[in-house]
Design a protein. Structure first.
Length: 391
């Protein structure tokens, strides 16, 4: 069926974080939210139907998490991205970051170092610190808005206490999708230093340029030493239902991770999340394909907007994710106050660059996953604000 992603879904007064913050916590009217990483689109019809059907039985007790769930997950990732995943070597988790945290505890000791390329999703650092490990931050090399890993810098910073490399691919916030050649370089680097690889691949379904390649398949070392974290929540706008998946090909690592997940409770998934995941992976592929085309069009619209109307904002069209990474350091706005200025003067709420690392003051991340009218409104507000500071 044909889906209408231009349709505006009113999320106000539903406690949706994206809207709650701008409507309930700010004393500023008419702020357009283009920040937190969820989408302002209604879920697919099969997902809504599955949830309604489950509600017909008004008893929500303990529910078996049988093999069907990992099977439909494996089928999706094997068909679309050739993971070669074995459903018996996969498990569900309440969220990617819970899985990342469990993997950090399992495959390192207190005081060990975790290598994290930046700009990086802040919870990678937070989970490293909360587990009493040491984040080793390695800024990526940037040229004309194009970010690549700086292996020379990583070699300088690594030592015998470094145990884990955290890979985010597609990369949040830059929108990079690593090439197979780059992944081969990462694999060689990790094998040289005997690092476990925690791969956050939650945005695997959002690739517009190039081809997504799972690092777990690069060579025998990555097959034996990668914990791949995936999810239907970003792809199908189900973040509030708390469900994700973990793909591991090394049986010893898998059993260890499974035991840890059960021990800390992240393997217990609620019944509505289970129903939603089945409906997403089994019956919502047409919705996903149409969504990709819509967000790609949003991306191209935003890219032209920045190039023709706001050239002082340095950007590069993202290859994947639904984010635009904005270098706003030449906009005549004090970097420390940039995010607040966007909110107070521009009436547009973006994700502050500092969230992705202290070196990224003056940057903002913009979320493309909304109806075009909302994106257009936010961009025009941003334009008015920036041009006012050019005088």
């Amino acid at each position: 069926m044909k889906y209408n992603f231009d349709q505006v879904t009113d999320r106000s007064h539903t406690d949706a974080t994206k809207w709650y913050v701008v409507q309930e916590t700010l004393d500023i009217p008419d702020v357009t939210p283009l920040w937190i990483a969820d989408m302002d689109f209604a879920v697919s019809d099969p997902i809504q139907a599955a949830l309604k059907k489950r509600m017909e039985c008004p008893a929500y007790g303990y529910t078996e998490r049988g093999p069907i769930y990992t099977q439909v997950m494996a089928d999706w990732f094997n068909r679309r991205y050739q993971y070669g995943a074995d459903p018996e070597m996969m498990m569900m988790s309440t969220g990617v970051m819970y899985s990342v945290s469990a993997a950090i505890r399992l495959f390192s000791q207190e005081g060990d170092k975790i290598l994290i390329p930046t700009p990086a999703y802040e919870p990678f650092v937070d989970k490293t610190l909360s587990n009493r490990r040491v984040p080793t931050l390695c800024p990526m090399h940037e040229e004309d808005g194009y970010y690549t890993l700086d292996f020379e810098d990583m070699e300088k910073k690594i030592d015998e206490q470094t145990k884990i490399f955290i890979l985010c691919n597609p990369q949040n916030p830059t929108g990079r999708v690593y090439t197979k050649t780059e992944l081969e370089q990462i694999a060689a680097f990790c094998e040289k230093h005997q690092l476990k690889i925690i791969a956050d691949e939650i945005h695997a379904d959002f690739v517009f340029d190039g081809q997504f390649t799972p690092i777990i398949n690069i060579n025998d070392y990555t097959r034996q030493n990668t914990i791949a974290c995936v999810s239907c929540t970003k792809s199908f706008n189900l973040a509030g239902l708390k469900i994700s998946g973990v793909i591991i090909k090394n049986p010893e690592l898998f059993q260890a991770f499974k035991a840890e997940a059960v021990n800390v409770g992240i393997a217990s998934i609620n019944i509505f999340a289970l129903e939603a995941m089945k409906a997403a992976y089994q019956f919502s592929e047409d919705w996903m394909d149409q969504l990709l085309e819509y967000i790609k069009a949003n991306r191209d619209y935003a890219d032209e907007f920045f190039r023709t109307r706001l050239p002082m904002i340095k950007t590069r069209k993202p290859e994947g994710t639904y984010f635009f990474w904005l270098d706003m350091r030449n906009c005549g706005i004090e970097w420390e106050k940039l995010n607040q200025t966007c909110i107070e003067e521009g009436h547009v709420y973006l994700s502050e660059g500092k969230f992705f690392g202290e070196d990224y003051l003056g940057f903002e991340r913009l979320n493309l996953a909304s109806p075009r009218t909302q994106l257009q409104t936010g961009l025009e507000k941003l334009e008015k604000m920036v041009l006012a500071h050019q005088k």
